[in-house]
Design a protein around this ligand. Structure first.
Ligand code: ADP
Length: 246
């Protein structure tokens, strides 16, 4: 028997978890949680729990994989076997390989790769508890882990999904919306709004796509603020320090 809800949005315009259509789930981040990693971040987003760890820049072996003029950024997304209700078979899957590839590419426009030619930066994103939106949660955690590792970046990357349920666009899909909705569109973007990842499952009209991208942009801006606050609380506010030094 399907556990598909009859309706996803009630007469008041509220979703099953009480959110409005353009509201993201509560997000909590903590940086520097792993002492052996060069940078790390633990992130909770709704019921998602994700840990990101960054190692490097370090020398890349085997040497034939080195890029002579830039650093190689490797991104590995993994769902722990205990992260979902039914146990997931450990090891890479088609899904995790695809997510790792597109998520790594989402950082290409921001990481200043020219600084460490021949080296590698490894980003590990481990999903400890999954509840829809794990690839976007992992990207949000990975951005802060990269910053925590001191990797030079032009800016932060934030990510959020938009989708469609009951014929309406909704921001940051929860599990039933992701499972039974009509569309799911995870997006990552730089703080300047340049899209660095866009995937789509399901169907949206061109008008819905346009409107959905506007919604997701607003969601990503909220996430950038959360990321910025986490950075300031860990490393202080550069402007304030500058003022003090004067
Ligand atoms: P995302 O987590 O980025 O939204 P998907 O849309 O592929 O990626 O997955 C949606 C949700 O479905 C996941 O967050 C997770 O809760 C669940 N899920 C994904 N893969 C599996 C799996 N192999 N077994 C059980 N649940 C899964």
């Amino acid at each position: 028997m399907s556990d598909k809800p009859e309706r996803f949005i009630d007469d008041e315009g509220l979703r099953l978890d009480g959110r409005r259509v353009d509201e993201i789930r509560p997000m909590k981040v903590e940086m520097g949680v792993l002492s052996r990693a060069d940078g790390s971040c633990y992130l909770e987003w709704g019921n998602n729990k994700v840990l990101a760890a960054v190692y490097g820049p370090r020398e890349l072996h085997p040497r034939r994989m080195q890029k002579p003029n830039e650093v190689l950024v490797r991104y590995k997304y993994n769902m722990a076997s205990f992260s979902v209700e039914d146990r997931i078979r450990p090891g890479p899957s088609r899904r995790s390989t695809e997510i790792s590839k597109v998520s790594g590419e989402a950082f290409e426009p921001v990481v200043m790769t020219q600084y460490y030619p021949g080296a590698v930066i490894d980003v590990f994103a481990e999903v400890l508890q999954a509840d829809a939106g794990t690839r976007t949660a992992a990207i949000n955690a990975a951005t802060l882990a990269l910053a925590d590792a001191g990797i030079p970046m032009k800016g932060l990357v934030s990510a959020c999904a938009v989708g469609k349920v009951d014929g309406q666009l909704v921001l940051d899909l929860n599990k039933p919306e992701d499972n039974y909705g009509q569309a799911d569109l995870p997006v990552a973007m730089t703080q300047d709004g340049e899209i660095t990842l866009l995937q789509m499952d399901g169907h949206l009209t061109p008008e819905e796509l346009e409107e959905g991208l506007e919604m997701v942009k607003k969601g990503c801006q909220q996430i950038i603020e959360i990321q910025r606050e986490a950075l300031i609380s860990r490393y202080g506010n550069e402007d304030e320090e500058g003022e003090e030094a004067e």
